[in-house]
Design a protein around this ligand. Structure first.
Ligand code: SF4
Ligand code: SF4
Length: 301
């Protein structure tokens, strides 16, 4: 009996000792956590996509709370999120344009002039390593690496060409990061729809004509019609710093005069633009029903 009582007493003393040690360790090793970090974390959408440049929302929340990162780095959360983060941190958020992905290729299957059969792994990364899947070595491969990378189901391969659904797209940039052909670029959307050059081919025009019906041949017609355009290394570019959606007359002329129809609008025309154009052709929005060709084992792209 005495042995049992003694053992119980020792256990109680040990428990008290351990509790005291834990209490002491808790006080001695306590790390002060800025309560704003969890508040910022709550304000973020929690996509953990890395589009802010940090590993995840948690790391960005810490960086924002410490003043290392601005409050408006989360493209998924957009303006309202930036505003909420700025309010938590007691700072102002500057005006920022939304950046959205543009696929610089306009060649669907029927626009590509030379195809060869590809029976390898149906991914753009793999197909890009194999020469001759399609004669244009700059264009969209259409196996949908971008589609699979998108956390928001906002980019789909249709008729062999990746197309963005700008209603769903948050501008996280995941698609641009995975495209092995580097043909998806993030550009500032200064209006609901934006004019783009839908080509990435830098070959001389005579070779472009051999492989694609809509590729840029670098003829310079657009640059002669509008200062917004310049041709570099056989390919037309638009200067988005100078892009002014309120002043597009010359750019519209460039679009109309392009002999390859390689300049187009993407996104949706806004109500004001529809009113201004009053029924004229405002360029076809790049949006279609979801379909995929990625599951095809035989590829004709
Ligand atoms: S299409 Fe998807 S992956 Fe690409 S930027 Fe938009 S949301 Fe991100
Ligand atoms: S845009 Fe998408 S489908 Fe086209 S090559 Fe790049 S990752 Fe592949």
């Amino acid at each position: 009996m005495i042995v049992i009582l003694l053992a119980s007493l020792i256990m109680v003393l040990l428990a008290c000792l351990m509790a005291w040690i834990l209490g002491w360790a808790n006080r001695a090793f306590h790390v002060e956590v800025d309560p704003r970090v969890s508040a910022v974390l709550d304000a973020l959408p929690g996509a953990n996509c890395g589009a802010c440049g940090y590993v995840g929302c948690g790391e960005y929340a810490e960086a924002a709370a410490s003043g290392e990162a601005p409050p408006d780095l989360c493209p998924v959360g957009g303006d309202s999120c930036a505003q909420a983060v700025a309010e938590i941190l007691g700072i102002e958020v500057g005006q920022k344009l939304p950046f959205r992905p543009v696929v610089h290729c306009g060649a669907t299957y029927d626009k590509r002039l030379i195809h060869s059969e590809y029976r390898g792994e149906p991914s753009c990364r793999s197909a890009n390593l194999v020469g001759g899947v399609q004669a244009c070595t700059y264009g969209c491969l259409g196996f949908g690496d971008c589609e699979r990378s998108c956390p928001f189901d906002a980019i789909h391969v249709i008729d062999g060409l990746a197309r963005v659904d700008y209603e769903k797209c948050t501008g996280c940039g995941a698609c641009a990061r995975v495209c092995p052909r580097n043909i998806i670029h993030m550009i500032p959307f200064k209006s609901e729809r934006v004019m783009v050059v839908a080509c990435s081919n830098h070959d001389p025009g005579k070779y472009v004509r051999q492989v694609c019906k809509v590729g840029c041949i670098g003829c310079g017609m657009c640059a002669r019609k509008s200062d917004l355009f310049r041709v570099e290394d056989n390919l037309a570019h638009i200067d988005y710093d100078q892009y002014d959606p309120e002043s597009m007359d010359e750019a519209q002329l460039a679009l109309e005069k392009c002999p390859m129809n390689g300049i187009l609008y993407i996104g949706e025309p806004g109500p004001e633009e529809l009113e201004q154009t009053d029924g004229e052709d405002v360029g076809e929005p790049v949006r279609d029903e979801f379909q995929t060709t990625v599951d095809d084992t035989e590829w004709h792209g």
